[in-house]
Every structure is written in structure tokens, then in C-alpha cells.
Design a protein. Structure first.
Length: 234
């Protein structure tokens, strides 16, 4: 009788011990490996999103547990159509990143803010984590023509591209913090300094707007940390 009980009890105890050891070991895994599976992240953007090769991001930063998708909107600041398309899907993503391009400035800044708030509200109300990105800076053209145009705009009281971008980004930081919205601060990553908020020349591909390979490496480093923190919050 004792032999029969031993044959049943000891294997059961061993299984429980092994199960405990396995579960305990998960806490020592790297954060990216311990992360929940089957997460989908979508980036809505323009040229930076395309050249960033966002679809290939998981392989580059060792986040193979997630699927990434890029939706390009190249001709307008308004990303409403892309947001609505995402919300209409049966299988909605876990995270949506919205990024604007500096070429859409200057513009109707009041409407830009209204649109941004609307996208965030719609995504949040559908239980989709939203990441809003500051508009990336452009590099300052070293020409008399550019400086003359900027000076004339200032005299005439017309909106200035540099000032609108920095004002929008400042507003976005405050709004994100106040409403607990995740922020991808592209400007802070790519600018010269807090005082000189133009694009750092070392990240400029040569046309004052688009980014080079070195810049995208920096974006990879920053997005990895942000995405891991967001996904582990869920």
C-alpha cells in the first residue's frame, strides 16, 4: 500500500516543484522576453515612418513578440482617415503611434490641436493605447534667402514654420502629461539642443527635412524602451 502511495505522491510533488521553479524563473527573463505575446503596434506617419522601415522594427530591436504595421499619410496633417480605418477593423491593434511631419507647418495650429485631441479620444475610448509623437525638427537652411523670408514673415505677423513646430510640440508635451498620454519626443531626440531646436545636422540626409541612417538608429533605441513600458502596463 505504501509503495503505491509513494508511486503517486512523489511524482506529483516533483511536478509541483518543477512548475514553481519554472514560474519563478520568468521573473529573471529580460524584459523584452517576458513581455506579453501577440501585441500589435501601428505607426501612422509620413516619410519618416516609411524610411524608418517600421514593419521591420521587431527584428532590429529584438521585440519578436510584437507585430508592427505602418500606415503612410503623405499629403496632409489630418490622420483622421487612418484612425477611422483602424477603428473599423475587427482585430484592433494594442498600440497606435501618431507622428506628424514638419512639412505640414505652418498651418491652422488651432485645428491641428483639435484634430490631435480627437484622435487620442477616439483611440482611447476603444481601449487602444495611444502614443503621440512630437513633430520632428528641420535643419536651419544656411542661406540669405531663408533668413530674409523669416524676417519678413516676422514683420508681417505671418506664421513661422520653426515657431509653429516648437509651439505645437510644447503644447503636445503639456497635454500628454496632463492627460497621461504616452509621448514619443522626436524633437528632443533629433534637435541640436533645448535652446537651438533645429534638426541636428548629423541627422540630416541633406535636404533639411529627411533623416539619415544615424537618426533612425537613435529612433530605434528610444522606441524600444517606450514600447516595452507600454506593453507591460497592460
Amino acid at each position: 500500500m505504501n509503495k503505491c502511495l509513494n508511486a503517486i505522491i512523489y511524482p506529483a510533488i516533483n511536478i509541483l516543484i518543477l512548475k514553481y521553479i519554472f514560474i519563478s524563473s520568468l521573473s529573471f527573463l529580460p524584459m523584452s522576453l517576458a513581455m506579453a505575446q501577440d501585441k500589435e503596434i501601428i505607426l501612422i506617419g509620413a516619410s519618416i515612418g516609411k524610411s524608418w522601415r517600421f514593419d521591420e522594427l521587431p527584428k532590429r530591436i529584438n521585440l519578436n513578440q510584437v507585430k508592427t504595421e505602418y500606415i503612410g499619410i503623405f499629403d496632409t496633417f489630418d490622420k483622421s482617415a487612418a484612425v477611422e480605418e483602424i477603428l473599423a477593423r475587427d482585430n484592433k491593434p494594442d498600440v497606435v503611434i501618431i507622428k506628424e511631419c514638419s512639412i505640414f507647418f505652418p498651418g491652422d495650429i488651432g485645428n491641428y490641436k483639435k484634430l490631435t485631441k480627437n484622435w487620442i479620444d477616439k483611440l482611447t475610448n476603444n481601449n487602444i493605447k495611444t502614443v503621440i509623437a512630437t513633430a520632428p525638427p528641420f535643419s536651419e537652411p544656411d542661406s540669405i534667402i531663408y533668413r530674409t523670408k523669416k524676417y519678413i514673415k516676422k514683420i508681417l505677423g505671418k506664421p513661422d514654420r520653426y515657431k509653429q513646430i516648437t509651439d505645437y510640440n510644447d503644447w503636445l508635451r503639456v497635454y500628454a502629461k496632463k492627460n497621461n498620454i504616452n509621448l514619443l519626443d522626436l524633437e528632443a531626440i533629433l534637435r541640436n539642443s533645448v535652446e537651438n531646436r533645429y534638426l541636428n545636422p548629423k541627422y540630416d540626409i541633406g535636404d533639411h527635412v529627411h533623416l539619415n541612417t544615424e537618426a533612425y538608429k537613435e529612433l530605434d533605441k528610444n522606441i524600444e524602451t517606450i514600447l516595452i513600458e507600454i506593453i507591460n502596463e497592460n
